[in-house]
Design a protein. Structure first.
Length: 148
């Protein structure tokens, strides 16, 4: 009886198939994680209208470098699993005001990087968090964009 490897043609590993993660999947994970990170800042969340609580994410994903036949890429460091790719992200959020804006942006950055590595096997090479709009208690129940 022959083994599974003996029945396959001599096709290199990289040509048999690959795991790819679409930009929109990375963006959806990042948006979910960012929303979750911001939800812990209760003083801010209460001021942001419900329709503005979902962060907007722009992303670009680059596939991981091809591995050689030994299963290691050129930059591999032994037992660590190689990343499936590299993501560049720009996350835009609306925050409540007054609040600790820096702490909220740092929490988003930290958690998105950690979770993309864990959930999708992606490394984050660049992550920018932008605050598009601040919502205060004075503008919460009106259609005003700015308080005058």
């Amino acid at each position: 009886m022959t083994g599974e490897a003996d029945r396959r043609p001599g096709m290199p590993r990289g040509e048999r198939g690959a795991i790819t993660i679409a930009d929109r999947v990375v963006a959806k994970i990042a948006s979910h994680v960012a929303r979750e990170a911001l939800s812990r800042f209760t003083e801010s969340v209460g001021h942001v209208p419900p329709g503005r609580r979902t962060p907007r994410v722009d992303t670009s994903v680059r596939r991981a470098p091809e591995r050689d036949t030994a299963g290691r890429d050129a930059g591999s460091d032994g037992g660590r699993q190689a990343a499936l790719g590299e993501a560049r992200l720009h996350i835009t959020v609306d925050l409540g005001y007054p609040s600790d804006i820096g702490a909220q942006c740092a929490a988003v950055r930290q958690e998105v990087v950690e979770r993309l590595r864990t959930w999708a096997g992606m490394e984050v090479s660049d992550l920018a968090v932008s605050v598009e709009r601040l919502h205060s208690v004075h503008t919460r129940h009106t259609d005003q964009e700015r308080l005058r």
